[in-house]
Design a protein around this ligand. Structure first.
Ligand SMILES: [Zn+2]
Ligand SMILES: [Zn+2]
Length: 191
């Protein structure tokens, strides 16, 4: 149920009562809230309980309350190339219009048309935070832009061992010997 009763003291709930439903009235909200569970995607996300720093502007408009601002937090995941742990800051941008609850709306229609609503004077920030964080995630999480990844033959981390190679590259001191062996082999091949 989307419109379960919100707790006005919950960290991700905003109280808009001070705006008095007067179009044009504004309020600035700065607060820190612990990240809810499963914020992000499987390989890259915000660990539950990590502080999320909100810097928001609430503005009353004719049909509801417009919330705009940022949520800063920390992402943890792994590099898609070398699987090393990544820790990075993320600034998620929020912009959401919360329409006044007139008591006559159909929740299913709201879901379909993607309308967010106030519950009384309260706003639940969690759905907008989830959307904003997912939008702010990089498509390909990398530990560094030019991460060389892992050796396809043995799985060694090429960043730690840039000269890593297998028999593809032959030591120049042995190259002559290898050529000799090849000659031997071809002369032994029956015609
Ligand atoms: Zn990497
Ligand atoms: Zn290797």
């Amino acid at each position: 149920m989307r419109y379960s009763h919100l707790d006005p003291r919950a960290p991700l709930v905003l109280d808009t009562r001070e705006l008095g439903r007067r179009p044009g009235s504004q309020r600035h909200v700065s607060r820190s809230a612990p990240a809810p569970a499963d914020l992000g995607i499987e390989v890259l996300g915000v660990p539950e309980g990590t502080p999320v720093e909100f810097d928001l502007r609430l503005e009353a408009v004719m049909e509801g309350v417009l919330v705009t601002g940022t949520a800063d937090t920390v992402l943890v995941g792994e590099c898609v190339r070398c699987l090393e742990r990544i820790e990075d800051v993320v600034v998620a941008r929020l912009q959401e219009l919360y329409v006044y609850d007139d008591g006559a709306h159909d929740p299913a229609a709201d879901e379909e048309s993607d309308v967010s609503r106030l519950e009384g004077d309260l706003i639940d920030l969690e759905p907008a935070l989830r959307d904003a964080v997912v939008l702010a995630l990089p498509f390909q999480p990398l530990c560094e832009e030019d991460c060389p990844g892992l050796c396809i033959e043995c799985g060694a981390n090429l960043k730690d061992d840039p000269d890593h190679s297998h028999e593809a590259a032959i030591d120049p001191r042995w190259a002559g010997l290898a050529a000799l062996k090849n000659d031997e082999r071809s002369s032994n091949t029956p015609d």
